[in-house]
Design a protein around this ligand. Structure first.
Ligand code: NAI
Ligand code: BGC
Length: 274
């Protein structure tokens, strides 16, 4: 009998916000590479179950679990359910995020707070719980099981707006800018435990979050002027990079951000000599 091994066989991953867009693509890709995937969703139960179905169709395994990443008790339940079902955790793709756009002068405290709660505090809660589990698993590993490689991997979904300022979206840009330092600081603190932590920062990727832009011909044309590579990204462009960062192939990459943006961060306005 021939046995085909896959990159993430025997590994368990949680992907937050995985009922749509980038989270869904990451969950399906990790699942197709052998990981058992916990597909977290906030309200899209049917879509999350569809993600699990697609993982199973590709020969993987998964489970949809409801949790609002900004709520501590929800996150404790999400991680407990993961351990109760699959017995361990190896990868966290901390992806859930949202935009609530408003001009700065009109932005309400509620609009500011909601985005910070989901995009930044949600990352804090998920990364903290994942790290506790990784450390516990590391301590329980027999000496002969220990390798040079990481005992747990975290990939955070940031954005090019962790370095590109974004008028009209200051809550979002502040959350992603904050995420950059959060990522680097916990990477520094947790490296001795051999927990490997990185972020990906996508540019414009075709998902529900920016449908208003890519579904409008005029706005789409304007968007392309910001992308030297002259195409919008696909969720799969991001999912492949996330899987690589979660794999041992990138084991010496730690505390770093991979920009997946078709050159959006290259100051395209300067391309005709300013
Ligand atoms: P999306 O709107 O399809 O996905 C966001 C997901 O997060 C949704 O499934 C939503 O239900 C979930 N979510 C929102 N609040 C939540 C909460 N409180 N608890 C649990 N889940 C929650 O859009 P997309 O593009 O897939 O966004 C995913 C991540 O990618 C976000 O963090 C976003 O900031 C980031 N991103 C997206 C880019 C793009 O161009 N599409 C570019 C850069 C970053
Ligand atoms: C935003 C998208 C936007 C992209 C590039 C992302 O972080 O969520 O709406 O298209 O950045 O500006």
């Amino acid at each position: 009998m021939s046995v085909t091994s896959k990159k993430f066989d025997n590994q368990v991953a949680i992907v937050t916000g995985a009922s749509s867009g980038l989270g869904k693509a990451c969950a399906i890709h990790l699942g197709s590479l052998g990981a058992k995937v916990v597909v977290n969703y906030r309200s899209g139960k049917e879509e999350a179950e569809e993600t699990v179905k697609e993982i199973k169709q590709r020969g993987g395994d998964g489970l949809a679990v409801q949790a609002d990443v900004s709520k501590e008790q929800d996150i404790l339940n999400l991680f407990k359910k993961t351990l109760d079902t699959f017995g361990r955790l190896d990868i966290l793709v901390s992806n859930a995020g949202m935009q609530v756009d408003a001009p700065f002068l009109d932005m309400t405290l509620e609009q500011w707070q909601r985005v910070i709660d989901v995009n930044l505090t949600g990352q804090f809660l998920c990364c903290r719980e994942a790290s506790k589990i990784f450390i516990r698993q590391g301590r329980e590993m027999a000496a002969e099981e220990k390798s040079q490689n990481a005992i747990g991997k975290i990939v955070m979904m940031s954005s090019v707006h962790d370095i590109i300022p974004w008028a009209g979206h200051v809550n979002y840009a502040a959350s992603k800018g904050g995420l950059l330092m959060f990522m680097k600081s916990i990477a520094q603190e947790l490296a001795p435990y051999k927990i490997r932590i990185n972020a990906v920062s996508p540019g414009a990727i075709k998902t529900p979050i920016n449908k208003e832009v890519w579904s409008d011909e005029e706005k789409y044309k304007e968007l392309l002027e910001l992308i030297p590579y002259q195409r919008i990204g696909t969720p799969e462009d991001v999912a492949k990079a996330v899987a690589w960062l979660a794999s041992d192939e990138s084991d010496y990459i730690h505390g770093d951000t991979l920009y997946i943006d078709g050159g959006m961060t290259l100051y395209p306005a300067f391309s005709d000599n300013g």
